[in-house]
Design a protein around this ligand. Structure first.
Ligand code: ADP
Ligand code: GLC
Length: 471
């Protein structure tokens, strides 16, 4: 089958979170499984852009309301990622340093989607499916069906995968002028609560809707930032497929970001060496259990409760545990963490920012990974940490619930709790500190989780089955 993925992120081209990891890896494993997979994304000014060679594939023109724009589609020349990668350049709009966070994001992603369908119609190419990801590409299924200039694409099935339903891309109806000439009778296919809602539109217009874990699929009908009824209504076309991880990138035995490699056979000594590097660098004591948090410092991740939870745990354990945080996000949370570095020197440190290299070292060197998420559609961090023998401490929600078994349950290797509160986190840290004293149990848990198969190889067929059901 031929699949065209359209996304705002794709690792290693541009990544802000797990969406990038998934869109970077899934096509690679689809190609390995014998399919043709391509990825189309906006052309940002990223390192990857400057370090690789590109050929111009197409030049076109389109409109965003009254604004007439030129766009260029470039293709990576050496098949470096294992699939065809196309970037759409719209001068002045997409070619910026960051992926998101600009005042004109609505215009940027709408223009990107228009350029995509415009290019597709000129290409006269019929893939088996167009696979959209999140709200940034949510208007594509609508445009393929109901925009007069693009309904030549009507017969191509589309799938939308929801990585995060919190962000929906709401736009006021005054922005409907951006959408190329469309069938006004279909207003309801764009609307949700008197706004244009690209994610809701994608759910209504796509042939199939998937999300990234089974539990999150169920949760969406109960809590999805206003879309609950829509998920209930459309449940017949919704499927949960648990994300995989790229075992080639995330392999402690070969990881290009690590100095000290290890495998299941020498996990204890391997982790010890990586922990020593981390502790030396951040002024922590390598003899104490090391807890880390890696991620966006936002409400969804419950990052706001962590500063207090960590202070509580440091006091209750009388300084017998160390903590290291890597992330960026809400200014208040960043500030609170920064304020803690001086008073808690030697047991706590933080790096505010995004650092791919450091994140790999943290998965490798830490003993425990904290994920108190309020919402976690899948979560990749816990799967990476498991692969690196680091015990995940997670709130029982979404994909965390689907992937982590509490150590109190048969065959369990992780720690789960129910509420995103400092008390629950602190209690779980207490359990972790106790189990850390038992090196035989720790060794068993590490080996157990390192052998769990979360590879894309074992998941790719579930997407194939979805595509086949569209024929
Ligand atoms: P989300 O996509 O909701 O942020 P996921 O768990 O799916 O959460 O994926 C997060 C990905 O982003 C992981 O690969 C994680 O290692 C990475 N990541 C998050 N924050 C940072 C950071 N500050 N530095 C490096 N990597 C990060
Ligand atoms: C989103 C979710 C995260 C998921 C990732 C990849 O960013 O927040 O839970 O793992 O997408 O699907």
């Amino acid at each position: 089958m031929e699949i065209i993925h359209v996304s705002a992120e794709c690792y290693p081209v541009a990544k802000a979170g797990g969406l990038g990891d998934v869109v970077g890896a899934l096509p690679k494993y689809q190609v390995k499984a014998g399919h043709i997979a391509k990825v189309v994304m906006p052309m940002y000014r990223t390192k990857f852009l400057y370090e690789n060679d590109w050929t111009v594939d197409f030049k076109g023109q389109a409109n965003l309301g009254n604004w007439f724009f030129d766009y260029t589609v470039i293709k990576e020349s050496s098949n470096k990622l294992g699939y065809d990668l196309y970037l759409i350049d719209i001068n002045g709009l997409l070619d910026r340093q960051k992926i998101y966070g600009y005042d004109d994001d609505a215009e940027r992603f709408t223009a990107f989607q228009i350029a995509f369908v415009n290019w597709m119609i000129h290409w006269e190419h019929q893939p088996d499916v167009i696979h959209c990801h999140d709200y940034h590409t949510g208007l594509i299924p609508f445009m393929m069906q109901y925009c007069y200039d693009y309904n030549g694409l009507k017969r191509i099935p589309s799938v939308i995968t929801i990585h995060n339903a919190q962000y929906q891309g709401w736009m006021g109806w005054e922005k409907s002028r951006y959408i190329p000439r469309w069938d006004l009778w279909k207003r309801g296919m764009l609307d949700w609560n008197d706004n244009i809602n690209p994610l809701a539109s994608g759910i209504k217009c796509a042939s199939k809707v998937t999300t990234v874990s089974w539990s999150y699929m169920d949760e969406l009908r109960i809590s999805s930032n206003g879309l609950e009824k829509l998920f209930e209504f459309e449940r017949g076309k919704c499927v949960g497929i648990l994300n995989g991880i790229d075992n080639e990138v995330w392999n402690p035995a070969t990881d290009k970001y690590l100095e000290h490699h290890f495998s299941v056979k020498n996990v204890a000594t391997g982790k010890k060496k990586n922990k020593a590097v981390l502790c030396e660098r951040f002024g922590l004591d390598a003899d104490k259990p090391l807890f880390v948090f890696i991620g966006r410092l936002v409400g969804e991740k419950a990052a706001d409760i962590l500063p207090y939870a960590i202070r509580l745990a440091i006091e209750q354990t009388q300084g017998q545990a160390s903590f290291l945080v890597l992330g960026s996000g809400e200014t208040a949370v960043e500030w609170e963490f920064q304020q803690m570095t001086e008073p808690y020197k030697g047991v706590f440190n933080v790096v505010i920012g995004y650092d791919e290299t450091l994140s790999h070292l943290m998965y490798a060197g830490a003993d425990f990974l904290l994920m108190p998420s309020r919402v976690e559609p899948c979560g990749l961090n816990q799967m990476y940490s498991m692969r690196y023998g680091t015990v995940p401490i997670v709130r029982s929600t979404g994909g965390l619930q689907d992937t982590v078994v509490d150590m109190g349950d048969p065959d369990g290797f992780g720690i789960r709790f129910n509420h995103a509160t400092p008390e629950d986190v602190n209690y779980s840290i207490g359990r972790a500190v106790s189990v850390y004293q038992d090196s035989t149990h720790m060794e068993w848990m590490r080996k157990r989780m390192m052998q769990i198969d979360h590879s894309w190889e074992s998941t790719v067929d579930e997407y194939t089955n979805v595509y086949k059901s569209l024929k």
